[in-house]
Ligand binder design. Sequence first.
Ligand code: PMP
Length: 429
Amino acid sequence: MKAYQDMTREELLNERNRLSGLYEEVKAQGLKLDMSRGKPGADQLNLSMGMMDVLSSKEKLTGVQGVDCRNYGVLDGIIEAKQLLAQMTEVPVDNIIIYGNSSLNVMFDTIAHAYSKGICGNKPWCKYDTPVKFLCPVPGYDRHFAITEYFGIEMINIPMDENGPDMDMVEKYVNNDPLVKGIWCIPKYSNPQGVVYSDEVVKRFAALNPAADDFRIFWDNAYCIHHLDFNDRCEILEILHECEKAGHPDIVYKFCSTSKVTFPGSGIAAMGTSKKNIEDMKKQMTVQTIGHDKVNQLRHVKFFGDFNGMLEHMKKHAAILKPKFDAVLEILERELGGLGIGSWLNPKGGYFIAFDSLDGCAKRIIELTKEAGVVMTGAGATYPYHKDPHDSNIRIAPSYPSLEELKKAAEIFTLSVKLASADKILETK
Ligand code: PMP
């Protein structure tokens, strides 16, 4: 089929009528499908059920250093949990803190600490007369943006390309404006595009010369081992080490969790950072908690044995997820390829596919899919303040529905894209 822009008005009107007919047929089926959030499917959760059997009342719940995991004590995590997550996020054991069940929670607390008390003795962000600022690579993760919005931090959009954020812009802001205090990054298999930061981008991050002493890179490594194909996996430069080499050991906080490894909401989370930052974070932690859930830490360690065990486990996730991603990508290509009404990247890992429609179509596409029974992430969600300046980015989350449901949902999505795009082009033809 011809690209929509190349059709005559009459050809496009005919196509539009054909699409309308198909759409009404789909609507009449009364479907209820959900492609909105990046939740693992039940079959993925089943992969971790063995974790429920690794501890029992017959055993001593004692860590390798003799810690009784049933009791209070050990603020920053049992050593074996540190070893496991240190390998996962590629930092030395001395550079990690194990937290509770959620890395997003750790990010929120880290910003709350900076806001109310200040990072490493710096002025608290709440004490500035004008709001402090955060750089937000876009499209990005809505829950990151929700945290900075909650604290009244001004968010600045930074465009992404297939190598990562626009580093010219990042350098300009970070190196010149002392009110710029942080940047949200998802360096590997980014949410939502699946972008993997190039070596050059990582090196430029490490070489930043921030105007603010308390500028920090919030390096959210949520998808560090979430490859779709272990024979075609991406690795990136390790940022903490690069920052040390560049003489800026304190400018990064790395976050990770086992949420999409075992059970979301019941995993373990960690931060990897410099010793100075660790001491700073611990000052808050000692007031905040007597210690996190060590029984859960022990459960995770016993289930995986070691980091290799974790990687073997991730291969099982990949075996479930890859066919789902392949199905969506195949339908996008088959239904939309060559029509000139949308673009997307083929991710090699993570949980999402990002779709870019013609300008001004995303909201309408989401409305159309909703009316036809498919719930998608809201248009605008991938931008700070929910404001997508082009109204074009849509996040597709293929993990939760079954393969059959997913195929139906993807077909309804592509039909909605075609309808909305035909209408948009007809406005000016
Ligand atoms: N960071 C990113 C980039 C995510 O996509 C998600 C989950 N969707 C999280 C963090 C949440 O992680 P957690 O469950 O550890 O809070």
